[in-house]
Design a protein around this ligand. Structure first.
Ligand SMILES: C[S@@+](CC[C@H](N)C(=O)[O-])C[C@H]1O[C@@H](n2cnc3c(N)ncnc32)[C@H](O)[C@@H]1O
Length: 940
């Protein structure tokens, strides 16, 4: 059988392959015969076996093993079979006369008890063709079997299930009393092969050659003669019976046998023959009376199940004479199995006509003729089809809706994640969604309508978001209603439940997010507190408290009456307007942290109307907002830190954008009436002060805004210095980024961007103030806008947190402000690195020391009376120049061997530039020698 694929992969792992190896069988197929033999006991009683298609000899081995000793075992194959003990083998094609002759030569006049056939043509082409070739081979082997089998002998063959299977089985049934198809366990389920065990060979005397001719057998089994087999003898009994039985009956019997096994394999078993006979059913030739069709309750069933409708009774014959009974109708009744849809319709029409004619049916409408009745029938079918189509359409629509709904839910989830900064916009599958998430869903400036729609708060609830994403907004409400009717998932209850679940899930996610943030950033909590205090509550608080409280009385409570609006809020903006440079509250301790932790009472006591007053204190310009109304003057007992802050404030205002400010106190167009601001957000950046003073001067002019406070300075909550960089590109809004999932660089960039934006706002406002385009009061008034009021009741924490970040007025920034900051950043970037700065400072310091010394010396020179004025001036100049220059490093001595020196040559030796000193090598040696001697003498 040649190379077999069982040598590789799957085959190698096969249990029977391993068993065959273990037991010394040449092929795993040996076990098929083992199993067949176990079931039918074929071998033990056989004394002569012919194995057709026997290579490599597995079956021969089994036969040799289970057959009685001395049995004749003959194997034939296209391929040579390695010699086996007690087995005769030869190479031949079983379809050729040569094979038959050779067999005969080996058999002499013996008859075989058993003929085996496990042949398989070389497969590889299409299945049908292979199956056909296979079954052709089966028929050839059967031909040999009929020639060499003894009466009562057995024939075992492999058959491939195909449309010819039943034909083969029918033929087997004609030749053997018992025919059984079986699938041994060793035969792979995936294989379409089945083994047919034919026992008790009838041994007919003469077999019509057509009976074993593939052309006839496989072409049309019904065309086979029903009595082609002549019994070998009249005494053959059952054989005669078998031979006289109709082919249809035999095929039906055998088909019934095979059905017992048909579930094991048969890829084509599901194939349906929609026209003509269904496979295996051709022997079930059923007839019925025309009466059953006409009068029966289910004419369709009759047409479907019967082969023929017969007109037997007088009544039925009378129907044949009806004008409705056309020759075509009669022909149709002759063979129902070959009819098409139109034929069936015609028969149904005929039935109705006959029924009407015979009075079995009464016309509903007397005017309606037969044709109309027929149309009713057609309509029924059409209705059925329409109905089916409708159902399909509905199912499709429902499916689409469900998919849409799922997609929308997914979108909603992604949007919410996006809003929680749990995902980056580019991570979202749908970028539009990301944009939507940023621009639309939480668009807090969406407008009054939107605000009204959402309880007047201007905020969308989660349900709204889900509803929106679900396409459940007003525009699609009708569709939503329809959907809710159709799908239980869309019911309000379900929606609420899902929304609640989603909210719960999101709350959980948000909590995780917060935890992660906390873990990641030790200062996060403090920042959050400060955020809450400053940017949200306080922001709204100041506006709620009103701005026209000119008397500087304590700030009132907010509209919600909570009274917890403790920070300057609106000052967030106002302070930005005035560059937010101030010092700590004069009457409180100046620790920056204390600003953050300001308690409620203190906050309430703050003035409602906020303003800034800048005062000069000595050289320092001081922003000195004060929480207490009367505390308008900078305290002289300010701490050193505060003094430093003031200095930094001065540096801040030394920037070009403020250069036009003459007196900062005059900033406010509403004159000195303005009240002072509390210090809540007034922190100054403590700059790096490393290196000497000169270095400090280089970096000290850096005042930054705190990202959290929307324009406050950046003294850390823990009091650490926090030097920050003003961004290069402040116009880029990168506020939507989440620091949590980014690496540190990204975080820094984000902070820079954020700060840049806010700082630009501050500078813009400050510039506007400076240029008197706007007054402080106007700015404060502008702070009262539609974003002021906010009912926070019942809102989820993630939303409030998000609001804290984003629910702010959009303060415009000018190009000039951005340019100013950019210039500043460039200046900062141009600074030398720390070590260089330190080195420079050291150098400078030493120079100053030298200059100091030189100055003293110069004083001495000037006091001298020995020198004239001109001489003194020259001396002093030289000394100062020397001091300024500093000590030059002693250059490495260069030794040059000059020729002729020892010969008394005078003047500059050749090749020597600059100062030079002539030394005598011999003299040097002598000097050293003398030193050595001297030392030696000392030791003695
Ligand atoms: C599955 S193998 C038989 C295995 C065999 N029963 C055993 O156990 O070793 C099928 C064999 O049929 C042979 N065969 C196919 N067509 C043939 C033909 N026309 N004449 C002889 N042998 C043929 C192939 O050469 C192949 O060896």
């Amino acid at each position: 059988m040649g190379k077999h694929d069982k040598k590789t992969g799957k085959g190698r792992l096969d249990k029977f392959y391993r068993l065959a190896k273990e037991q010394g069988y040449r092929a795993r197929s040996a076990f098929k015969l083992v199993h067949l033999n176990r079931k039918y006991d074929l071998l033990s009683k056989s004394k002569c076996v012919i194995d057709l298609c026997a290579a490599p000899g597995g079956w021969l081995q089994v036969a040799e093993k289970y057959m009685p000793k001395g049995s004749l075992i003959i194997g034939v194959d296209l391929n040579p079979i390695k010699p086996l003990p007690h087995v005769i083998t030869f190479v031949s094609d079983i379809t050729t006369p040569h094979c038959r002759q050779t067999l005969r030569s080996h058999m002499h006049d013996w008859k075989a008890d058993l003929v085996l056939h496990d042949g398989a043509p070389n497969v590889g082409s299409a299945w049908v063709q292979d199956a056909f070739t296979q079954n052709e081979l089966v028929l050839q082997s059967l031909r040999l079997a009929t020639e060499f089998l003894i009466k009562g002998g057995s024939f075992v063959t492999k058959v491939f299930r195909s449309q010819d299977y039943n034909s083969l089985m029918w033929v087997f049934g004609q030749l053997f009393k018992t025919v059984e198809a079986t699938k041994p366990p060793s035969s792979r389920n995936v294989s379409a092969e089945i083994f047919v065990v034919c026992r008790d060979f009838i041994a007919p005397k003469h077999i019509d050659p057509k009976f074993l001719d593939p052309k006839h057998v496989f072409k049309d089994v019904t065309s086979l003669p029903t009595s082609i087999i002549e019994p070998e003898s009249s005494s053959s009994g059952p054989a005669t019976q078998a031979s006289t039985s109709t082919a249809a009956a035999a095929a039906a019997r055998l088909a019934a046998n095979s059905h017992a096994h048909s579930n094991v394999f048969a890829p084509e078993k599901k194939r349906r023959h929609r026209e003509g006979y269904a496979e295996g059913n051709y022997t079930n030739f059923f007839t019925c009376k025309a009466e059953d069709f006409v009068k029966g309750p289910d004419p369709v069933l009759v047409l479907g199940n019967m082969n023929k409708v017969e007109f037997v009774s007088d009544e039925e014959k009378a129907w044949l004479k009806s004008r409705h009974t056309t020759p075509e109708i009669v022909a149709n009744f002759e063979d129902l199995k070959v009819l098409g849809k139109g034929d069936f319709k015609a028969l149904m029409k005929w039935r109705l006509a006959i029924r009407l004619e015979t009075g079995l049916d009464v016309k509903a409408d007397p005017t309606a003729d037969l044709t109309e009745d027929v149309v009713v029938e057609e309509m029924d079918q059409e209705e059925q089809i329409t109905d089916e189509l409708k159902k399909l359409h509905e199912a499709k629509v429902t499916k689409q809706k469900r998919e849409k709904k799922r997609a929308n839910e997914k979108k909603a989830r992604e949007l919410l994640k996006l809003q929680l900064n749990m995902t980056a916009p580019e991570d979202l599958e749908n970028n539009d969604l990301a944009l939507k998430g940023e621009e639309e869903i939480f668009d807090l400036e969406e407008g009054e309508n939107e605000a009204r729609r959402h309880d007047g708060s201007g905020l969308k609830t989660l349900t709204d978001i889900v509803r929106e994403a679900d396409g459940m907004d007003e525009s699609s409400s009708s569709e939503s209603e329809e959907e809710s009717d159709e799908e239980i998932l869309d019911s309000d209850e379900e929606r609420e439940r899902k929304t609640a679940a989603l909210e719960g899930e999101l709350d959980g996610l948000y909590e995780n997010y917060r935890e992660r943030m906390q873990e990641r950033d030790a200062k996060w909590k403090v920042k959050q507190d400060r955020m809450k205090d400053k940017n949200f509550d306080a922001w709204h608080g100041i506006k709620e408290n009103g701005s026209d409280d000119e008397d500087g009385a304590g700030r009132g409570q907010g509209e919600d009456g909570e009274g917890d609006d403790d920070s300057e809020g609106g000052w967030d903006v106002l302070a930005s307007k005035k560059a937010r440079i101030g010092e700590a509250d004069s009457d409180s301790d100046t620790d920056s942290d204390s600003d953050v932790e300001m308690d409620q009472e203190e906050a309430v006591a703050k003035p409602k109307k906020k303003a800034v007053k800048f005062e000069k204190a000595g050289k320092e310009r001081v922003s000195r907002p004060s929480g207490a109304a009367g505390n308008l003057v900078t305290s002289l007992q300010e701490t050193e830190k505060r003094a430093q802050m003031s200095r930094q404030a001065q540096l801040w205002f030394d920037q070009s954008v403020f250069k036009d400010i003459g007196d900062l106190a005059a900033l406010d167009g509403d004159d000195e009436e303005e009240e002072e601001e509390d210090e809540d957000e007034e922190e100054l950046v403590e700059t790096e002060e490393e290196g000497d003073e000169d270095d400090v001067s280089e970096v000290d002019d850096d005042v930054e805004m705190d990202e959290d406070s929307g324009g406050t300075s950046t003294l850390d909550d823990d009091g650490d210095d926090d030097f920050e960089i003003v961004p290069q590109e402040p116009e880029d809004d990168g506020t939507a980024w989440d620091v949590d999932d980014e690496d540190q660089d990204e975080v820094k960039k984000k902070i820079i961007k954020d700060k840049g934006l806010l700082t630009a706002e501050a500078v813009t406002l400050a510039t506007a103030l400076v240029n008197r385009q706007v007054t402080a009061s106007q700015l404060v008034d502008q702070g009262f806008n539609r974003l002021s009021g906010h009912n926070k009741d019942g809102l989820p924490s993630w939303f409030l947190d998000d609001e804290t970040k984003y629910y702010k007025p959009n303060i415009p920034i000018t190009k000039e402000a951005v340019d100013a900051l950019r210039d500043k950043q460039r200046a900062l970037d141009a600074r030398p690195i720390k070590k260089v700065a330190e080195a420079k400072a050291r150098k400078k310091f030493k120079t100053m020391q030298r200059m100091e010394k030189a100055k003293k010396k110069a004083d001495g020179v000037m006091e001298s009376e020995e020198m004239g004025d001109g001489e003194k001036a020259r001396q002093v100049r030289r000394m100062l120049a020397k001091a300024a220059k500093g000590k030059e490093k002693a250059k490495d001595k260069k030794v040059v061997v000059a020729k002729g020196i020892h010969k008394g040559v005078k003047g500059r030796p050749k090749g020597v530039k600059g100062k030079y000193k002539i030394v005598d090598a011999r003299m040097r040696k002598e000097v050293r020698a003398l030193k050595r001697i001297k030392n030696a003498n000392k030791k003695r």
